[in-house]
Design a protein around this ligand. Structure first.
Ligand code: KG4
Ligand code: ZN
Length: 340
């Protein structure tokens, strides 16, 4: 197949993003307008504020992505856009913009699953990278950890997912965000917990590890409740919260559960490679846990591509495009849309 350049558009949550990616891997541009500062005062994403902000940001972000790739829409072969899962009002902004471009320029439209985007973020590298990283090899085990999802998937080939298990309650990122709020750290919780944890003792509190043995599922609500109990007890006696120790002990428990279960599944399913992707894959302790073992080849996206971006959507979109899987212009958004 000749070179294909995909314009990716992502607006499922609180980042408005656009990117141009060549042949599913080479990132020619990657523009992200984050709304973090707008949502900080609410302690989480305010859906109505998010969709309004996407409307304001989306055209400049797409234009910037084309400029940085030294391209115009005439150089683009297809438009890939996040179809779901995500916030309905936010998804619609990206979808309608993508449809407008596809219709106006007679380009194919490809609706991409956001989680599939996170998977493909591990394939992407910047065009100025001297030595491209090897592409993941199938079959591989993928731990997807984001603000909305936590699941283990066996990926047997491009776009072939077999879900082994998932969280039964909070997603890993959600647990970081909620615990951050409990101990008085700012939104988004993941990065602030990580920062505080770096100054704390991970063994200060023996928080529970919910193993969910006999399944490939996860559960983080017990861990969150355990943190809440300690916080309440300390507050009752007017003690200053040992924020760093609480953050470090929580992070250690969360990482332990994610790492241990993923390793166990990798052994059980006989894969040679593990992929970790999604916002929580930006976590230093989680990255180190996987990078410090030597039994499996590990693919983790660069920090820039762990959290939401459009390069991952363009990359995933490419594989659909190359397979002739494009979508009609009346495509609807899917706020809940499982990967497999
Ligand atoms: O993938 P993502 O950007 O958005 C969703 O698809 O949900 O993930 C966002 C989640 C948030 O819950 C955020 O707190 C978490 O990823 N996160 C982290 C870190 N950076 C972002 N969690 C732990 N450590 C981090 N360094
Ligand atoms: Zn995401």
């Amino acid at each position: 197949m000749k070179t294909a350049r995909i314009l990716g558009i992502e607006s499922s949550c609180d980042e408005t993003a656009a990117s141009v990616v060549e042949n599913g891997r080479v990132m020619l541009s990657n523009v992200i307008a984050t709304q973090i500062d707008l949502h900080k005062k609410y302690g989480g994403v305010f859906p109505e504020v998010a969709s309004r902000q996407h409307i304001l940001a989306i055209y400049p972000v797409i234009e910037e992505a084309l400029v940085r790739a030294h391209m115009s829409l005439a150089d683009i072969d297809a438009v890939a856009v996040t179809r779901g899962p995500g916030l309905a009002g936010s998804l619609v902004v990206g979808m309608n913009t993508a449809k407008g471009i596809a219709l106006g320029k007679s380009l194919p439209l490809i609706g991409v699953n956001h989680l599939e985007g996170h998977v493909y973020s591990a394939w992407v590298y910047s065009s100025d990278t001297p030595q491209p990283p090897p592409a993941p090899d199938f079959p591989l085990l993928a731990l997807l950890v984001s603000g909305g999802h936590t699941e283990l998937n066996l990926i047997t080939d491009h776009m072939q997912y077999q879900r082994l298990g998932a969280t039964l309650d909070d997603a890993a990122g959600e647990a970081f965000d909620k615990v951050a709020r409990l101990i008085g750290l700012p939104y988004p919780g993941g990065p602030s917990v990580q920062k505080a944890a770096a100054e704390g003792n991970p063994e200060a509190y023996a928080f529970p590890r919910s193993r969910m043995d006999g399944t490939w599922n996860f559960s983080f609500s017990g861990l969150k409740t355990a943190v809440l109990r300690v916080v309440r007890k300390l507050q009752e006696v007017n003690k200053v919260l040992p924020v760093n120790d609480l953050a470090a002990s929580f992070q250690a428990a969360a990482v332990d559960v994610l790492f241990t279960k993923t390793m166990k599944a990798a052994h059980e399913f006989g894969v040679k490679e593990i992929m970790v992707a999604g916002g929580v894959s930006a976590n230093r302790a989680l990255r180190d846990a996987f990078l410090n073992q030597s039994e499996f080849v590990v693919h983790i996206p660069p920090l820039l591509l762990c959290t939401d971006n459009a390069a991952m959507i363009a990359a995933a979109g490419y594989y659909h495009f190359a397979n002739g899987q494009t979508d009609p212009l009346d495509l609807d958004v899917l706020p809940t849309w499982p990967l497999s």
